[in-house]
Write a protein that binds this ligand. Structure first.
Ligand code: HAM
Length: 420
């Protein structure tokens, strides 16, 4: 037996294990996101991670890096081609299209799915991430774009960020279309220009400029384009809502072929985190994959990885608190002969406290009292209650607050109030 090679304890490349302290942060991220979006009336939905691969192979998506190089795709036992969702937008479009006759519009939906992309793992980029998806269906009004961008802003405020911490950059597919028309680019050339613009952030500026010249386009045209009308109106309305850390950036065009109008990304101002926090835009034709009914849509995705980095560098993550408020340590176990009645008494006391809403974990008393208290401290449990034969008989307990070392003696009845 001892000669068999042991398995590695490492997780699969590019995915994370969530030990309790990390999981607590995840749940904090998710609950804060939910609170912010539900304030705007968005309802939560969910779906499976598995989708038929054809969902991602629609016309227009041929050039996408995501679909061609980054999907986890396999053949199931029934010979069907299956993909682990790399994003939620095609899934939610499918779900809305399926019930388009029963649903009432404008429809406001959100979800926090995990999505899978075969990327080179690096800071801010992993192979599995959780992504808040917020989408508004059934309105082509510019106010829908404004609402969605204002909501992205509200989410970061909910986490305690200020306008100085991030910037919203708005681009426009209209601007891109005008650019390709002005330079009379063929459909193929337009698509490869699109890919080039999308990769801009990953390139050296000189390299980017040279590549642009191949299309007869100067850097100045990209940098100093006039603000298109739709973007101007959005900026104006956002300003009236008090949102000013937003600007037109013609180089924001987004990698997905389904966007049709305004697109946007939210960037962390900290140079350490040079990845976008949110990406989204208007996609008025995606639902036409499923039916002839027109259902305009606008929304965004926000990833947990970049959000966590954003909050971490600013000290905006909460300290860990364990579920247990109190730990019952068993006294009198030094010789290892804890009598059944003490253990049982501790369990009964724990149940009494739990019934009043106090979370309690108990030790089984097979270590010295000091070690039991150390264990509670290591888990950051705030209170230890010592339970021994004397305590159970007298109904008086010593409660130790670990942060201060302060000890108090309390009757059984006072414990509940004392711990609250
Ligand atoms: P996306 O820009 O691909 O958009 O992703 C949105 C956000 O997800 C990014 O800004 C980033 O925070 C996070 N993200 C993306 N890829 C990774 C990765 N490999 N590792 C960690 N985080 C990542 C979409 O997916 C669109 N479907 C969003 C959308 C919803 N558009 C309209 N509705």
């Amino acid at each position: 037996m001892s000669e068999t090679k042991k398995l590695s304890t490492e997780a699969y490349k590019g995915v994370r294990d969530f030990y309790p302290e990390d999981e607590a942060i995840q749940q904090y991220l998710f609950s804060t996101m939910s609170r912010a979006v539900e304030r705007f009336g968005y309802a939560r939905y969910d779906a499976s991670v598995l989708e038929p691969s054809e969902l991602y192979k629609s016309k227009g998506a041929e050039n996408e890096e995501l679909v061609n190089e980054q999907t986890y795709t396999f053949i199931d036992r029934g010979d069907r081609e299956v993909t682990l969702r790399p994003e939620m937008t095609p899934t939610v479009a499918r779900m809305v299209a399926a019930r388009r006759r029963e649903l009432s519009f404008p429809l406001r939906w959100y979800s926090i799915p995990n999505v899978f992309r075969y990327e080179r793992p690096q800071r801010g980029r992993l192979r599995e991430h959780w992504q808040l998806n917020v989408d508004l269906f059934g309105s082509s009004s510019i106010e829908a774009d404004v609402e969605v961008i204002a909501l992205a802003h509200a989410i970061l405020k909910e986490f305690g960020a200020t306008e100085k911490d991030f910037e919203i950059r708005i681009g426009s597919r209209t601007f891109l279309n005008e650019l390709t028309a002005r330079h009379r680019l063929s459909e193929d050339a337009a698509k490869s220009l699109h890919t080039l613009l999308d990769r801009r952030a990953k390139m050296m500026i000189g390299e980017f400029e040279v590549a642009l010249k191949e299309y007869g386009i100067s850097l100045g045209e990209i940098n100093a384009g006039d603000v298109p009308n739709d973007v101007r109106m959005i900026l104006d309305h956002l300003a009236q809502l008090g949102i000013t850390n937003v600007r037109f950036d013609p180089s924001i065009i987004r990698g997905f072929s389904y966007y049709t109008g305004v697109v946007f990304e939210v960037f962390d101002i900290d140079p350490q985190n040079n990845r976008s926090l949110f990406g989204g835009g208007r996609y008025d034709n995606l639902l036409s994959l499923f039916s002839d009914d027109l259902v305009p849509a606008v929304g965004f995705g926000m990833g947990d990885v970049t959000l966590r980095d954003f909050l971490e560098v600013r000290g905006l993550l909460p300290a860990y608190t364990p579920p247990a408020k109190a730990y019952l340590a068993i006294a009198g176990s030094d010789n290892g002969s804890i009598s059944d009645s003490i253990a049982l008494g501790a369990m009964q006391l724990a149940d009494e406290l739990r019934a009043t809403g106090i979370n309690v974990a108990i030790d089984f008393g097979d270590r010295k009292l000091g070690d039991q208290i150390k264990a509670a401290d290591k888990q950051h449990i705030p209170f230890v209650i010592v339970v021994g034969a004397n305590e159970l008989a007298s109904g008086t307990f010593t409660v130790k607050e670990l942060a201060t070392g302060e000890e108090r003696t309390m009757s059984r009845g006072d414990l509940i109030e004392g711990l609250k």
